[in-house]
Design a protein. Sequence first.
Length: 94
Amino acid sequence: MPTGIVTSHVNVRRGPPSPPPGPAEGPRQPGPITVSGSMDFREGTAAYESFPYEFNDMTGRFEFDNNQIKIVSVTGQSKTGARLQAHGSIGPLD
């Protein structure tokens, strides 16, 4: 099971309501919700089930929004001295 110390910031916003389609067609509709933020972690430990090495001293940063998760940086080191460095993105999320 991965462990570590995490700090995160999340912004949840609702856009302005949309006007009703016509005067007799009811109330305005709620605006779209958008989510964005970041997550930093340190002092992490993790292992992938199919990979025989546990990584320690992991640090990293992720940024996200409604469309993607950006892996800004992930680093770590195993007890054997192997080093982990990763970056990239995951998306689209829908």
